[in-house]
Structure formats: structure tokens, C-alpha cells
Design a protein around this ligand. Structure first.
Ligand SMILES: Cc1ncc(COP(=O)(O)O)c(C=O)c1O
Length: 417
């Protein structure tokens, strides 16, 4: 080990974990046994309970047929609405399930029926799929799109947002809580206050925050919040859900009414459910939905306050330690406090850094600018390495990562000389 590596490893200050039994979390998470898994922001490791629920249901479908199997678990599926509502602080009829956060955002934006004269306001932290959706609205549907600059701390400039709202009252705000490209936490409650003051519609992408940050949608004041299942909630892939404020449903006209949310009563007549389910599709992977139901229950039982404290303190320790490594630059902005830490290594492509970490059984991911052009592209970063932590991560995981990054950075420096 080199001096730089030792120094960096010594710099890891992992705060004492309060409220989370990391040993127990690891014991019920098979994925922690063989690797140092630091990619919750890609897809969190599922617990054994989530896995069992999925597999059991696939066997149920094999034995009874898919429709009959779904009937057998109907109360459990129904309970998932209440559990998602409990997590977000809303009512069960304000929850809709989807197969991806992108789907949730798409059906909501489609149902807003935006056109010439409408304005959408978005932050630099927007995720690629949503940014491209908004650019499509601008290019094909004549919708005005305003991208708000950041403050020096990297978060959305609220004064600039207010000016944009004053120019276009009634606009749609397409906000983000935590982006894909850093540990930034946007000021979502302040955005909510501005939305209310200017009569704006407030759609919040909480894909990277639900499951790691305690969120109360009524306190945030958003009209819609969209979340995914597989990241910090630790549900299976192919699951997502949204909150749609009851009073906001009247603003939404589903672009492609589905048998799930609409009843075709006669000839050219149909009615749409007076609940968020109006935005769902009938078809879904019931096994995965059941896995998500278990993940939701586990998140609630663990407690969001304790989870948030654990994740943010682990990430803060990691961020500080990575910043100490010679030849490594943390690329998180000052306003970063979420469980995501991003960095670059001098002289080595981020994809290569991530590959070298993977070869050491440490999982991170390289995020290219093409996933966040308004953020990474704007900052002149073509890619960053992203490490993201969860309740199953412990001090040993962080130390392994720090030591490995220090080694990789040191080797890259030697090669350059
Ligand atoms: C901030 C953010 N929003 C939206 C998405 C899209 O989520 P999904 O892949 O579930 O559609 C992602 C995915 O990484 C994301 O990071």
C-alpha cells in the first residue's frame, strides 16, 4: 500500500450508526456476501424477503395461472397502496403503480396535454429521459421550456425560478429531488412554496430520493411525485409508483386511457377512475409488484428517519475521505448531502475507474454526461464515478472503496509521469 493509500484510508470517518442494525441488514441481503456493493442509485440490493416474494409468486403463477394467482394475493397488492401512501404521507387513492419512473413522468406529462402557450420550467438536475421529453415538447408541441440556472452551491437558483414563474404564472415545474449525477439535494419544499405562490403545477422526480430521504408530500407541496422501486427502496426492477394529489386529478386527462383506470360504458362513452389509478395500466408484473410491496413494508419498519441518518452520514464520511485522496476530485456540488458520492480520477476515464473497482469486487458505476447534459455536460465533465450507499453498507465497504480508489489513482499518476 502506498502512503497516499494509507492516508486516504485513514481519512475515512464513518460515524457511529444510530438506529440501523447494519449486521442484520447484511444478514438478510445476499448480495452483500460476495461484493462491496455501492450502487444503490443504480439498483439497490434487494433483501431476501423481497426476493422470496417475487419467486413465490412466479411459482404461484406456474401452479394456478397468472390471473388466478393475482386473485390469491389481491389483499397484499391492495396493501401496497396504503404502504406507499404511508411512506409519502398521503392517502392510498393518491398512489398509482407503474413499471418505471420514466413511465410515471410520461403518463403525467402526456395527461397535462401541454401545447403552444404553455411553459415548463426545469432544473439543471433533470434526468436525461425527462429532459428529452421536455425538449420534445418544445420542438414538436411548441411548449416553452425554461431551464433554471444553479446557485454557486449547485442547487436550483430559487430567485431565478421565481422570476421565471412571475413571467409564466401557471407554468409546470418539472423538479428533481436528487439527480442521477451527484449527491445534490434540491430545495423541494421551497420550490413548493413558490409553486403555490404563482399557481404553478409542481411535478417532482423523486426517483433517487424515495427510500433514502424521509419525504412528506403534503409538506413539500407537490402535485405529483414520481418514484422508482429498484433504487433506494430496494424493490425489484420494473417497478415504480407515483403520488397524484387528489385535487390535481382534474388537471389530468389520460392520453391513452387503459382498461385499468377507465370503464368503457357504451359506444363512445367511458369514465375514468377518480383516483390516481386512472394513470395505471392493467398489465403489470405482479410478482415484481409483490416484491415492491415487501420492500415498502421493510422501509417503513426500518424507519425512514433512521435510514436517512445512516445513509447521509455514510455518504458524508465517504465524500470527505474521497476528497483527501491525491489525484481524485469529488464532483458533488457543495449542496450535496444525499447517499450519492461522485468523483473523477486524474488521467483515467471514469468508466475505466469503475471497471477496475469491479475487478476488485467493488461495484460503482460511471455516469456519462449523456445522462445529465444540463449538469455534467454544462460542468465540462464527460463522466463521473458514482458510489451510492445504503443501510447494508458498513465501514468495511467504505474502507475497501477508499483504498481501491487510492490505489487506482496512484497507479494512474505513476503512469502519467
Ligand atoms: C433522477 C432520475 N430520474 C428518473 C430516472 C428514471 O427512472 P426509471 O429508470 O425508473 O425510469 C432516473 C434513473 O436513473 C433518475 O436517476
Amino acid at each position: 500500500m502506498t502512503t497516499g493509500v494509507q492516508q486516504a484510508a485513514a481519512g475515512v470517518d464513518v460515524p457511529e450508526v444510530i438506529g440501523i442494525d447494519t449486521v442484520a441488514e447484511r444478514a438478510r441481503t445476499q448480495g452483500t456476501r460476495t461484493r462491496r456493493y455501492l450502487n444503490a442509485a443504480g439498483a439497490g440490493l434487494v433483501s431476501d424477503g423481497v426476493m422470496d416474494a417475487v419467486v413465490e409468486h412466479l411459482r404461484r403463477e406456474q401452479e394456478f395461472g397468472a390471473y388466478e394467482a393475482a386473485n390469491l394475493v389481491a389483499p397484499r397488492l391492495e396493501q401496497a397502496y396504503s404502504d406507499a401512501a404511508e411512506l409519502l404521507g398521503c392517502d392510498a387513492d393518491e398512489i398509482a403503480f407503474h413499471d418505471a419512473a420514466t413511465t410515471g413522468l410520461r403518463v403525467v406529462f402526456d395527461a397535462l396535454r401541454l401545447g403552444p402557450g404553455d411553459t415548463v420550467i426545469a432544473p439543471r438536475s433533470s434526468y436525461v429521459s425527462q429532459a428529452l421529453r421536455l425538449l420534445t415538447l418544445r420542438q414538436l408541441d411548441d411548449v416553452s421550456l425554461v431551464v433554471i440556472e444553479n446557485r454557486p452551491d449547485g442547487s436550483i437558483d430559487l430567485a431565478a425560478l421565481e422570476s421565471a414563474l412571475a413571467e409564466a404564472p401557471g407554468a409546470v415545474i418539472s423538479a428533481v429531488h436528487v439527480p442521477t449525477s451527484s449527491g445534490l439535494v434540491e430545495p423541494i419544499a421551497e420550490i413548493g412554496q413558490l409553486a403555490q405562490r404563482y399557481g404553478a403545477k409542481y411535478i417532482l422526480d423523486a426517483t433517487q430520493s424515495v427510500g433514502q430521504i424521509d419525504i412528506d408530500v403534503r409538506a413539500v407541496g407537490c402535485d405529483v411525485l414520481v418514484a422508482t422501486g429498484r433504487k433506494f427502496l430496494r424493490g425489484p426492477r420494473g417497478t415504480a409508483f407515483s403520488y397524484v394529489r387528489r385535487g390535481f386529478l382534474a388537471e389530468l386527462k389520460p392520453w391513452a386511457p387503459d382498461v385499468r383506470g377507465s370503464t368503457w360504458s357504451d359506444g363512445e362513452v367511458w369514465t375514468t377512475a377518480p383516483t390516481a389509478r386512472a394513470l395505471e395500466t392493467w398489465e403489470c408484473a405482479v410478482a415484481c409488484r409483490l416484491g415492491l410491496a415487501v420492500a415498502l413494508r421493510e422501509a417503513l419498519d426500518r424507519g425512514m428517519a433512521a435510514t436517512e441518518a445512516h445513509i447521509s452520514s455514510l455518504a458524508a464520511g465517504l465524500r470527505a475521505a474521497v476528497a483527501e485522496i491525491p489525484g481524485v476530485t469529488v464532483t458533488d456540488p457543495p449542496a450535496a448531502s444525499a447517499g450519492i458520492v461522485t468523483f473523477v480520477v486524474d488521467g483515467l476515464a471514469s468508466r475505466e475507474v469503475s471497471a477496475q473497482l469491479r475487478a476488485r469486487a467493488i461495484d460503482t458505476i460511471a455516469i456519462p454526461a449523456s445522462h445529465a447534459q444540463w449538469d455534467l455536460g454544462e460542468r465540462g465533465l464527460d463522466a463521473v464515478v458514482r458510489a451510492s450507499v445504503h443501510v447494508y453498507n458498513d465501514e468495511a465497504d467504505l474502507r475497501s472503496l477508499i483504498e481501491a480508489v487510492a490505489e487506482i489513482a496512484h497507479a494512474a499518476q505513476e503512469k502519467q509521469q
